[in-house]
Design a protein around this ligand. Structure first.
Ligand code: A3P
Length: 313
């Protein structure tokens, strides 16, 4: 079931080697007002992305960085693999591996979209982009989108440790400095509150399913069942158990050297809810509570995040 593993490890290794020779102020570039890491994204790729042709049977995972993207990406890939084994009479071949493409839509070289036309359906495509930055064909072709969201205080906490763990992202001397940037548009891939507010406009669409990190933590069996139903994949009890067991934090962390290479421990750090309580000051709590209310208070996504449960001290 190990699909995009090698590609992720290779990409991270290469990006980290490149970033280690760069100054902090060289690490990011801005595209349409949003900062991205130069080691993995480029303006050429963003331009090429505009004409990307989505297929109606593509599966999109949309998640802001540090929301559990790698977790859900594995669950989706495993579900697709299980379903393919049942519906196709062909075994996967060495050729499939050669065709394999790094699943993050906006990451890689500008020619990747051409190569992606050769990938078999369904393609699992991962993105950190806001909806208005996605190619139009995704919405036109009513592609199924799994939208993963996580409580903003844990996203910030996770992003802080991640930024200080990887050379491709600007590191921060203090948590307070990071917090100031997190609350702004200066964050890599943009402001999380804007992300939530923009995606909220799509949350009622039939082809969009929202899932929270916290609900998946609470009950992985139910979460996987809901995702499978959304994708129209039927599972035997045994198949369900396999996907659920492979996606435990312990299992993924243990396997992370293989899937994510030397930086595996940075991608799979703690995997907990409420780690923010170790970092946030009272003033920062107040600032974030206010921003949450301002951007998504009372909205569908706002309610789904159960802010009162997960973000109040
Ligand atoms: P922490 O830093 O809080 O530990 P992303 O994949 O979007 O970069 O998100 C990374 C976050 O998801 C990290 O959070 C990571 O530990 C957590 N994560 C990854 N796999 C997980 C799993 N199987 N179960 C729970 N959390 C997981």
């Amino acid at each position: 079931m190990e699909k995009s593993g090698k590609k992720i490890a290779d990409l991270v290794d290469k990006a980290e080697a490149e970033a280690s020779t760069m100054r902090r102020d060289e690490l990011l570039f801005s595209y349409n007002g949003t900062p991205y890491p130069v080691t993995v994204c480029s303006p050429e790729t963003f331009r090429a992305l505009e004409s990307f042709e989505a297929r109606s049977d593509d599966i999109i995972l949309a998640a802001y960085p540090k929301s559990g993207t790698n977790w859900l990406s594995q669950i989706l890939t495993d579900l697709v693999t299980v379903s393919q084994k049942k519906t196709q009479d062909r075994e996967s071949s060495a050729n499939d591996e050669e065709l394999e493409e790094f699943p993050y839509l906006e990451v890689g070289d500008a020619e990747k979209y051409e190569r992606m036309t050769k990938l078999p359906s369904p393609r699992v495509i991962v993105t950190h982009l806001r909806p208005e930055n996605l190619p139009k064909s995704i919405f036109k072709n009513k592609v199924k989108i799994l939208l993963l969201i996580r409580n903003p205080k844990d996203v910030a906490t996770s992003y802080y440790h991640f930024s200080n763990g990887l050379a491709s992202f600007p590191s921060y001397e203090t948590w307070d400095d990071f917090f100031t940037d997190f609350m702004s548009k200066r964050m890599v891939w943009g402001c999380y509150f804007e992300y939530l507010s923009k995606w909220n406009k799509y949350a009622d669409e039939e082809n969009v399913m929202t899932i929270t990190y916290e609900e998946l933590k609470e009950n992985r069996v139910l979460g996987v069942q809901k995702i499978a139903a959304f994708l129209g994949i039927s599972l035997t009890e045994e198949e369900l158990q396999l996907v659920v067991e492979r996606s435990s934090f312990q299992a993924m962390k243990k396997n992370s050297q293989k899937t994510h290479g030397a930086f595996g421990d940075i991608f799979f750090r703690k995997g907990d809810v409420s780690d923010w309580k170790n970092l946030f000051s009272e003033d920062q709590n107040e600032k974030m509570d206010k921003a949450f209310e301002e951007y998504v208070g009372g909205t569908k996504l706002g309610k789904k995040l159960k802010y009162e449960v997960y973000c109040k001290a």
